[in-house]
Design a protein around this ligand. Structure first.
Ligand code: UT7
Length: 317
């Protein structure tokens, strides 16, 4: 496959660190030093499906195609107001497409899983042009009284249109079941037969454990892919990493002995938008004219599961 268009949409409400200081025992200094974040876009009156559809429309426009040209939609999403139908089905109706749709939940790695699935479907001849959307509202999963977690997240959607091509040089997906470190559990409707104990709780995250795992697993994925592709770290124009924490990105950069010019970031302004983060950053680079034909990009993300996803893509637009 190759990417022919990108788009993004973020909520209008911007929550600065100073605004968080008003109701949490936290400080702008702590948040900036530990995470690199200064503000984040947080859903207020918007619906995630509207942001997802807006990102999709922009990607379709950027690709120079129409919704009728799309023959599959994959949406990466962890939660939204609907349990069912999938967000991809809602996006399909909103943009006026007619194709089959499916959602994937690989947590923060989801956009890369979805790109990989899109490549498989195109290679198998089952689809020609696929819309991949990553739309997330992690701010609805966390306890806003818990300073250790609510300051970290933001909401948003990113999208890419992919079609036949050979720009996906290689990819690597991994999963190690480790649910105790990072999870979000909700109760379902009661029935007359439920006898087990159930409890709804906000997202739980062992931050230090996730931090360590993120640096190790992303660095390992990056090295594996560089070896597979026969490339040196400096051959990659941009490492488009999951925007979870500036310190994680800097640690990975240090491991590769590169300077930060290869590591564009937007975590300062968006916070961690889960699987949307890589898609949003890709769109920013595209729209800012920073991507040129022939550039090699390495996308890498990690998330609950633990899942990791990474791929090397050549920019062909
Ligand atoms: O996409 C999902 C993946 N998630 C991630 O990638 C998150 C990975 N982890 C991290 O980014 C970092 O571990 C955090 C940013 C979550 C935390 O940074 P840390 O350097 O690991 O801090 P810590 O958890 O060790 O906490 C240090 C101190 C604690 O106080 P004591 O026990 O040393 O007195 C915390 O209570 O900082 C305190 N603290 C805060 N203080 C002010 C925790 N959160 C805050 C806060 N403001 N918001």
């Amino acid at each position: 496959m190759k990417i022919i268009g990108t788009g993004r949409a973020n909520p209008a409400k911007i929550v600065t660190n100073a605004m968080l200081e008003e109701f949490l025992d936290t400080s702008d200094e702590w948040i900036r030093e530990r995470t690199g974040m200064t503000e984040r876009h947080v859903i207020s009156n918007e619906k995630l499906e509207d942001l997802a559809a807006e990102a999709a429309r922009k990607a379709i426009e950027d690709a120079g195609i129409t919704p009728e040209d799309i023959d599959y939609i994959i949406c990466s999403n962890v939660v939204n107001e609907y349990i069912t139908p999938g967000l991809s089905c809602i996006i399909q109706g909103a943009i006026g497409a007619k194709c089959a749709c499916v959602d994937v939940n690989a947590a923060c790695s989801g956009f890369i899983y979805a790109l990989d699935m899109a490549d498989d479907r195109i290679k198998s001849g089952k689809a020609k042009t696929i819309l991949v959307v990553a739309a997330e509202e992690p701010t609805r999963m966390v306890d806003w009284k818990d300073r250790s977690i609510c300051v970290l997240f933001g909401d948003g959607a990113g999208a890419a249109v992919v079609t036949e091509g050979d720009a996906l040089i290689c990819s690597r997906l991994t999963t190690v079941s480790k649910t105790e470190c990072l999870h979000y559990v909700r109760t379902l409707e009661p029935t007359p037969y439920i006898t087990k104990q159930e409890e709804s709780k906000p997202m739980f995250m062992n931050g230090r454990e996730v931090f360590k795992t993120a640096v190790l697993s992303s660095s390992r994925d990056i090295r594996t892919l560089l070896d597979k592709a026969g490339l040196q770290p400096g051959d990659i124009k941009y490492y488009i990493l999951h925007q979870a924490n500036m310190r994680i990105i800097e640690s990975i950069c240090g491991q590769l002995k590169l300077d930060m010019s290869h590591f564009p970031t937007n975590v300062a302004h968006y916070g961690n938008t889960s699987s949307a983060s890589v898609a949003i950053l890709l769109d920013e680079l595209n729209r800012d004219g920073k991507l040129h034909k022939g550039d090699k990009l390495l996308l890498s993300a990690f998330g609950a599961g633990f899942t990791t996803g990474a791929c090397i893509i050549e920019w062909t637009k």
